[in-house]
Design a protein around this ligand. Structure first.
Ligand SMILES: Nc1nc2c(ncn2[C@H]2C[C@H](O)[C@@H](COP(=O)(O)OP(=O)(O)OP(=O)(O)O)O2)c(=O)[nH]1
Length: 193
Protein backbone atom coordinates (compact mmCIF):
# COMPACT_ATOMS: atom_id res chain seq x y z
CA UNK A 1 0.00 0.00 0.00
CA UNK A 2 1.28 3.46 -0.81
CA UNK A 3 2.53 5.72 1.98
CA UNK A 4 0.58 8.97 1.58
CA UNK A 5 1.46 12.00 3.71
CA UNK A 6 -0.63 15.18 3.98
CA UNK A 7 1.95 17.93 4.48
CA UNK A 8 -0.31 20.06 6.62
CA UNK A 9 -1.16 21.19 10.15
CA UNK A 10 -4.67 22.14 9.07
CA UNK A 11 -7.57 20.42 10.82
CA UNK A 12 -9.80 21.46 7.92
CA UNK A 13 -7.54 19.67 5.44
CA UNK A 14 -7.41 16.60 7.67
CA UNK A 15 -11.21 16.52 7.87
CA UNK A 16 -11.47 16.61 4.08
CA UNK A 17 -8.86 13.85 3.62
CA UNK A 18 -10.57 11.74 6.30
CA UNK A 19 -13.75 11.88 4.23
CA UNK A 20 -11.93 10.47 1.21
CA UNK A 21 -11.11 7.27 3.08
CA UNK A 22 -7.56 6.74 1.76
CA UNK A 23 -5.07 5.76 4.48
CA UNK A 24 -2.71 8.67 5.08
CA UNK A 25 -0.64 10.32 7.79
CA UNK A 26 0.21 13.96 8.40
CA UNK A 27 3.44 15.89 8.90
CA UNK A 28 3.92 19.57 9.45
CA UNK A 29 5.60 21.19 6.41
CA UNK A 30 7.62 23.51 8.64
CA UNK A 31 8.45 25.88 5.78
CA UNK A 32 8.90 29.62 5.56
CA UNK A 33 5.71 30.87 3.86
CA UNK A 34 7.23 34.10 2.65
CA UNK A 35 7.02 34.59 -1.11
CA UNK A 36 8.07 37.43 -3.37
CA UNK A 37 5.65 40.36 -3.28
CA UNK A 38 5.93 40.28 -7.06
CA UNK A 39 4.01 37.00 -7.12
CA UNK A 40 0.31 37.01 -7.91
CA UNK A 41 -1.93 35.20 -5.41
CA UNK A 42 -2.16 32.26 -7.84
CA UNK A 43 1.62 32.09 -8.25
CA UNK A 44 2.09 32.31 -4.48
CA UNK A 45 -0.22 29.42 -3.60
CA UNK A 46 1.27 27.21 -6.34
CA UNK A 47 4.80 27.94 -5.12
CA UNK A 48 3.94 27.38 -1.46
CA UNK A 49 2.03 24.16 -2.11
CA UNK A 50 5.11 22.77 -3.89
CA UNK A 51 7.42 24.12 -1.17
CA UNK A 52 5.40 22.31 1.50
CA UNK A 53 5.28 19.05 -0.49
CA UNK A 54 9.01 19.15 -1.25
CA UNK A 55 9.93 19.86 2.39
CA UNK A 56 8.06 16.81 3.70
CA UNK A 57 9.12 14.66 0.73
CA UNK A 58 12.79 15.44 1.50
CA UNK A 59 12.21 13.80 4.88
CA UNK A 60 10.18 10.92 3.39
CA UNK A 61 11.63 10.23 -0.10
CA UNK A 62 9.76 6.93 -0.53
CA UNK A 63 6.36 8.46 0.21
CA UNK A 64 3.69 10.31 -1.74
CA UNK A 65 3.28 13.80 -0.28
CA UNK A 66 0.36 16.19 -0.71
CA UNK A 67 0.86 19.89 0.02
CA UNK A 68 -1.57 22.79 -0.32
CA UNK A 69 -1.73 26.52 0.20
CA UNK A 70 -4.59 28.97 0.08
CA UNK A 71 -5.09 32.71 -0.25
CA UNK A 72 -8.09 35.02 -0.54
CA UNK A 73 -7.98 37.70 -3.23
CA UNK A 74 -10.35 40.66 -3.06
CA UNK A 75 -10.07 43.72 -5.33
CA UNK A 76 -6.41 42.97 -5.92
CA UNK A 77 -5.59 42.57 -2.21
CA UNK A 78 -4.39 39.22 -0.84
CA UNK A 79 -5.67 37.97 2.53
CA UNK A 80 -4.28 35.06 4.56
CA UNK A 81 -5.06 33.89 8.11
CA UNK A 82 -5.86 36.75 10.55
CA UNK A 83 -3.58 37.12 13.57
CA UNK A 84 -6.29 38.36 15.92
CA UNK A 85 -9.93 39.44 16.14
CA UNK A 86 -9.11 42.94 14.95
CA UNK A 87 -7.44 41.58 11.81
CA UNK A 88 -10.40 39.24 11.29
CA UNK A 89 -12.81 42.19 11.57
CA UNK A 90 -10.78 44.10 8.98
CA UNK A 91 -10.74 41.11 6.61
CA UNK A 92 -14.48 40.45 6.87
CA UNK A 93 -15.23 44.16 6.49
CA UNK A 94 -13.45 43.98 3.13
CA UNK A 95 -15.38 40.87 2.09
CA UNK A 96 -18.93 41.75 3.19
CA UNK A 97 -21.14 42.93 0.32
CA UNK A 98 -18.35 42.07 -2.14
CA UNK A 99 -17.20 39.21 -4.37
CA UNK A 100 -13.85 37.57 -3.67
CA UNK A 101 -11.81 34.63 -4.94
CA UNK A 102 -10.23 31.83 -2.93
CA UNK A 103 -7.22 30.27 -4.66
CA UNK A 104 -5.82 26.93 -3.52
CA UNK A 105 -2.63 25.43 -4.93
CA UNK A 106 -2.16 21.66 -4.56
CA UNK A 107 1.03 19.66 -5.16
CA UNK A 108 1.37 15.84 -5.05
CA UNK A 109 4.97 14.60 -5.10
CA UNK A 110 5.89 10.93 -5.66
CA UNK A 111 8.85 8.70 -4.66
CA UNK A 112 10.66 9.34 -7.93
CA UNK A 113 10.12 13.09 -7.64
CA UNK A 114 7.09 12.97 -9.91
CA UNK A 115 4.99 16.11 -9.53
CA UNK A 116 1.25 16.39 -10.04
CA UNK A 117 -0.09 19.85 -9.32
CA UNK A 118 -3.05 22.10 -9.85
CA UNK A 119 -4.70 25.34 -8.86
CA UNK A 120 -8.38 25.80 -8.08
CA UNK A 121 -10.32 29.02 -7.64
CA UNK A 122 -13.72 29.45 -6.01
CA UNK A 123 -15.65 32.72 -6.31
CA UNK A 124 -17.77 33.83 -3.35
CA UNK A 125 -20.15 36.72 -2.84
CA UNK A 126 -21.04 37.77 0.70
CA UNK A 127 -24.12 39.52 1.99
CA UNK A 128 -23.63 43.01 3.37
CA UNK A 129 -24.39 42.67 7.08
CA UNK A 130 -24.57 45.19 9.93
CA UNK A 131 -21.57 45.87 12.16
CA UNK A 132 -23.55 44.34 15.03
CA UNK A 133 -24.05 41.09 13.09
CA UNK A 134 -20.36 41.06 12.19
CA UNK A 135 -19.43 41.35 15.85
CA UNK A 136 -21.77 38.46 16.70
CA UNK A 137 -20.08 36.35 14.02
CA UNK A 138 -16.64 37.26 15.33
CA UNK A 139 -17.79 36.13 18.79
CA UNK A 140 -18.05 32.58 17.35
CA UNK A 141 -14.28 32.56 16.75
CA UNK A 142 -14.64 30.85 13.40
CA UNK A 143 -12.02 33.32 12.16
CA UNK A 144 -9.25 31.51 14.01
CA UNK A 145 -6.91 29.67 11.63
CA UNK A 146 -9.03 30.49 8.58
CA UNK A 147 -7.82 32.33 5.51
CA UNK A 148 -10.41 35.09 5.04
CA UNK A 149 -11.71 34.80 8.63
CA UNK A 150 -14.77 32.61 7.99
CA UNK A 151 -15.77 28.95 7.86
CA UNK A 152 -17.91 28.09 4.86
CA UNK A 153 -19.05 24.83 6.48
CA UNK A 154 -19.90 26.56 9.77
CA UNK A 155 -22.05 29.50 10.77
CA UNK A 156 -20.08 31.49 8.21
CA UNK A 157 -22.32 30.04 5.49
CA UNK A 158 -24.93 32.57 6.67
CA UNK A 159 -22.71 35.25 5.11
CA UNK A 160 -22.71 33.50 1.74
CA UNK A 161 -24.92 34.96 -0.99
CA UNK A 162 -23.29 33.03 -3.86
CA UNK A 163 -20.62 30.37 -4.35
CA UNK A 164 -19.15 29.33 -7.69
CA UNK A 165 -16.75 26.38 -7.63
CA UNK A 166 -15.85 23.45 -5.39
CA UNK A 167 -17.10 24.14 -1.88
CA UNK A 168 -14.38 21.92 -0.40
CA UNK A 169 -11.83 24.24 -2.03
CA UNK A 170 -13.03 27.01 0.28
CA UNK A 171 -12.43 24.76 3.30
CA UNK A 172 -8.81 24.19 2.26
CA UNK A 173 -8.59 21.34 -0.29
CA UNK A 174 -10.38 21.24 -3.68
CA UNK A 175 -11.31 17.58 -3.42
CA UNK A 176 -12.44 17.19 -7.04
CA UNK A 177 -8.94 18.24 -8.09
CA UNK A 178 -7.22 16.25 -5.31
CA UNK A 179 -8.98 13.08 -6.53
CA UNK A 180 -7.95 13.87 -10.12
CA UNK A 181 -4.28 14.28 -9.09
CA UNK A 182 -4.37 11.07 -7.01
CA UNK A 183 -5.87 9.10 -9.91
CA UNK A 184 -3.33 10.61 -12.33
CA UNK A 185 -0.62 9.38 -9.94
CA UNK A 186 -2.08 5.87 -10.02
CA UNK A 187 -3.88 5.76 -6.67
CA UNK A 188 -6.78 3.31 -6.43
CA UNK A 189 -9.80 3.67 -4.16
CA UNK A 190 -12.22 1.57 -2.09
CA UNK A 191 -9.51 -1.07 -1.44
CA UNK A 192 -10.48 -3.66 1.16
CA UNK A 193 -7.98 -3.41 4.04
N1 LIG B 1 -12.63 24.90 8.44
C1 LIG B 1 -12.34 25.84 7.50
N2 LIG B 1 -11.05 26.22 7.32
C2 LIG B 1 -10.83 27.16 6.38
C3 LIG B 1 -11.85 27.77 5.62
N3 LIG B 1 -11.27 28.67 4.78
C4 LIG B 1 -9.95 28.61 5.00
N4 LIG B 1 -9.69 27.69 5.97
C5 LIG B 1 -8.38 27.31 6.52
C6 LIG B 1 -7.82 26.08 5.83
C7 LIG B 1 -6.34 26.24 6.07
O1 LIG B 1 -6.01 25.65 7.32
C8 LIG B 1 -6.16 27.74 6.15
C9 LIG B 1 -5.48 28.26 4.90
O2 LIG B 1 -4.20 28.68 5.23
P1 LIG B 1 -2.88 27.92 4.69
O3 LIG B 1 -3.08 27.44 3.30
O4 LIG B 1 -1.74 28.82 5.01
O5 LIG B 1 -2.80 26.59 5.56
P2 LIG B 1 -2.39 26.40 7.09
O6 LIG B 1 -1.22 27.27 7.44
O7 LIG B 1 -3.60 26.53 7.94
O8 LIG B 1 -2.00 24.88 7.14
P3 LIG B 1 -0.77 24.15 6.38
O9 LIG B 1 0.09 25.20 5.74
O10 LIG B 1 -1.42 23.23 5.39
O11 LIG B 1 -0.07 23.40 7.50
O12 LIG B 1 -7.45 28.34 6.26
C10 LIG B 1 -13.20 27.35 5.85
O13 LIG B 1 -14.16 27.84 5.22
N5 LIG B 1 -13.39 26.38 6.78
Amino acid sequence: MRDLILASTSSARRALMDGLGLPYRTQSPGVDEQVSSLHSAKEAVRELAERKARAVHARNPEAWVLGADQLVEVHGQTLTKPEDRSAARAQLTRLLGQTHDIHTGVCLMGPGGQLFEGLETARLTFHAVTPEELERYLDLNEWEGCCGSYRVEGAGQALLARLEGDRSNVQGLPMVMVVRLLRQAGFTFFERR
